[in-house]
Write a protein that binds this ligand. Sequence first.
Ligand SMILES: [Zn+2]
Length: 187
Amino acid sequence: MRSAFARSLIPNVPPTQAELERAFALLKLDPDDLRCAYCGNPSTEWDHFFPVMRKGKPTGYLTRIQNLVPACSKCNQSKGNRNWLEWIQSSAPLSPRSRGVRKLDRKIKYLKTYEAWGATATVDFSDVLGRSALDQHSEYLDEILALMRQADSHSKALRSQVLEELPLVIQEKRPSLWRRIWRWIFS
Ligand SMILES: [Zn+2]
């Protein structure tokens, strides 16, 4: 919850057509047959080149084309929040190096050019928004969390009330034992 709330401050910057074309050109990828920039498998998603969140806080990197690369789910999951260059050459499970991806050095070269295009630009949220706006944002979160705790203890009270009245509720719905015996003997 806390992390989702912090993430909600990070805008998605839509790319222009020219920027998209530049991205594919720098990575030497064909937009009609989009491949993972790390390993060359068919691409299924866009990976943040540098993570926008770390330990529940915004890193300052943004969701913009300069910081997104086409990736496959294997690479995306294996990379996680790691630095791309360390990860790609590491022996981490499913990393391109440990999967024996061909022409890896060439891919690294393209990715370095891509990085130089502007992936590392960051935003300091407290500089841009100001302290009081950020304080207001976390006050909202505190209010929501307090209300959730209140709602949770209310649910607990209702649950135990149902539990206490359960025998009565159930007994009323079925005939008592004596009544059943009575029927069995006399009907
Ligand atoms: Zn991949």
